[in-house]
Design a protein around this ligand. Structure first.
Ligand code: AP5
Ligand code: MG
Length: 211
């Protein structure tokens, strides 16, 4: 699942995971957990993430390798936010080959950049179950609390205007070449992420059922 910050990768990865009963693997969430628990990885990643830069491949690739190696991934999985550059894509190709899988399908959620600031500024996430809300666009039933488990919702430190700006630049520099590569080898599918979330979900399900 590829797309600009705020395109809806996390929102849609959750929907795909539930519909197809496969694990959702979000490197952003795994790194945020590492920060929360202040593991060695989390301590190293925290300042990088808060500034909006990408965490070094050497830290991220090992996380993905360990996660994909678990048996619950044998029937497939949805990756949210990985790979992020050409080097990570080469690493994933090697992992998939070793697992006896074909090439991954790359799903790009395209979105009008003008929508992103409102999406990111209004985002609230559940620290317990990972549900994603938006105070303007997709509010929880009770303001500030998760519909599923009642946890107090939080905001991400990298949703500050300065960090968002850096994240957009990182996308352009590192991820855009990867999108061009996936398009070139014919595995890229694109959806219009500016539409309502439920409509984007329907389109993604349609693409996945065809593939
Ligand atoms: P990561 O967590 O992957 O963040 P990101 O790519 O910046 O994307 P976001 O999570 O901000 O947006 P999203 O597309 O998931 O949108 P969401 O569904 O939440 O990465 C964070 C950091 O971790 C990176 O900067 C880097 O430091 C590090 N990192 C992670 N992976 C890495 C890697 N592979 N290599 C190196 N470093 C890595 O939706 C956003 C909001 O919009 C929500 O409020 C939602 O409710 C709302 N919304 C969603 N869809 C719609 C819709 N269709 N209509 C209206 N509202 C919508
Ligand atoms: Mg996300």
């Amino acid at each position: 699942m590829l797309g600009l910050p705020g395109a809806g990768k996390g929102t849609q990865a959750r929907a795909v995971s539930e519909e197809f009963d496969i694990p959702e693997i979000s490197t952003g969430s795994m790194l945020r957990d590492a920060v929360k628990w202040q593991t060695a990885l989390g301590v190293a990643a925290q300042p990088i993430m808060e500034s909006g830069r990408l965490v070094p491949d050497s830290l991220v690739c090992g996380l993905v390798e360990e996660r994909i190696g678990r048996t619950d991934c044998d029937r497939g999985f949805i990756l949210d936010g990985f790979p992020r550059n050409l080097e990570q894509a080469a690493f994933l190709r090697r992992l998939l080959r070793a697992k006896g899988c074909g090439m991954a399908l790359a799903l790009l959620i395209r979105v009008d950049p003008g929508l992103l600031l409102k999406r990111l500024a209004g985002r609230q996430v559940c620290p317990l179950c990972g549900s994603i809300y938006n105070v303007y666009l997709n509010p929880p039933l009770r303001a500030g609390f998760c519909d599923r488990d009642g946890s107090a919702l939080t905001q991400r430190p990298d949703d500050s205007e300065e960090a968002v700006c850096k994240r957009l630049k990182e996308f352009e520099a590192q991820t855009q070449p990867l999108i061009d590569y996936y398009r070139g080898v014919g595995v890229l599918r694109e959806v219009d992420g500016s539409a309502e979330a439920a409509e984007v979900t329907r389109e993604i399900f349609r693409i996945l059922r065809q593939s």
